[in-house]
Design a protein around this ligand. Structure first.
Ligand code: ZN
Length: 336
């Protein structure tokens, strides 16, 4: 994924406005330190972490490679083991910005498939082919581990799947793992002034052309998890999510606050990110991107983003736990 820099200056005004509207009193802050809600599932950060470690041990899961195919097998195997009603694989071909054709696979696991009202959860499992944001220019074509960017979303969603297998939700849940999110233009090959937005999220762009839903049975909304395992990660209300799916952003951020995580799920508008949620929203399922924005002022990505430091050492189980508890609570409170 990438930040859409062009709009950042426009957003600055909106961010300040939102910030001032949302200012809370000292009394609110004292109350917020006491969690009002309990975790409704039994989300294990250790289990989520072990899925990340398994993925990293496979090597870089670059779209179109045998390792990515092995990762798709691992995901579908876990979904079946955790009791998904069905596991659907969508095999397709996509064309990258260099003109290369890649075979890709998206994997969908359906839980409580009889429920009419459904929620979609998704994450990308492919990893960035290049560390194009490394300081050392000689390393910028090396592949990355993608422990956070790729691994963490998958780890949290598989642990959510395990929970849904043990304790079914009232609402139907579709969990989608997409390929080829992170094959967008290498930072050193970008052409100034040209939009390369469509070079990202290739797997999702393919999925939305052939979704297994008729218009009356689409998920009501979606939640995308991307970079949800970083150290001391904080999550702002990502700009496009806030614009197109604000009622669901409200729901998720309120649940996080009730769990005592309001210093992590910051109730302020963040940067605008070209990510899978943009295409799912465009396809008629308003989708929220829970994505790390470390810097509270500029909402920028964490320093490990698209570098060789995006490795297991920089995964924080506390972050996995907070995101897992929050999303599971949202799901368990939905009526089918
Ligand atoms: Zn990425």
């Amino acid at each position: 994924m990438k930040v859409k820099l062009i709009l950042l200056t426009l957003m600055a005004g909106a961010a300040v406005f939102y910030c001032c509207q949302g200012a809370s009193s000292a009394g609110d802050a004292a109350l917020a330190s006491m969690p009002e809600a309990q975790a409704l599932g039994s989300f294990s950060a250790d289990s989520a972490f072990s899925h990340i470690s398994t993925q990293v041990a496979m090597g870089p899961r670059i779209a179109g490679t045998p390792t990515a195919a092995r990762c798709a097998e691992y995901i579908s195997g876990r979904l079946a083991a955790y009791g998904a009603d069905t596991v659907i694989k969508q095999n397709a071909r996509v064309i990258t910005y260099t003109g290369q054709t890649l075979p890709i696979t998206n994997v969908l696991g359906r839980f409580n498939s009889g429920a009419k009202r459904r929620v979609l959860l998704l994450a990308h499992y492919d990893t960035r082919p290049w560390a194009d944001h490394e300081n050392d220019s000689s390393l910028r074509y090396e592949p990355i581990d993608g422990a956070n960017d790729g691994g963490s979303g998958v780890g949290v969603l598989l642990e959510i799947a395990r929970n849904l297998g043990i304790k079914p939700s009232d609402v139907g849940v579709d969990i989608l793992f997409v390929d080829a999110e992170d094959y967008g233009t290498h930072a050193e090959e970008e052409v100034f002034g040209a939009s390369d937005d469509e070079n990202w999220c290739l797997g999702t762009q393919k999925w939305v052309t052939d979704m297994p839903y008729d218009p009356d049975h689409r998920p009501v909304y979606g939640i995308l998890l991307d970079m949800v395992g970083g150290r001391d990660a904080v999550f702002h209300r990502e700009y496009f999510s806030n614009r197109d799916a604000s009622v669901y952003v409200d729901k998720i951020w309120a649940e996080a606050k009730a769990l005592g995580y309001e210093d992590v799920f910051i109730n302020k508008i963040g940067g605008n990110v070209i990510d899978d949620h943009v295409y799912v929203t465009r396809a008629g399922i308003p989708t929220v991107d829970i994505i790390e924005n470390t810097n509270r002022q500029t909402s920028s990505f964490p320093p490990t983003w698209h570098t060789l430091s995006d490795n297991l050492e920089n995964i924080d189980k506390n972050t996995l736990q907070r995101v897992g508890n929050t999303v599971l609570n949202v799901i368990y409170k939905e009526k089918g």
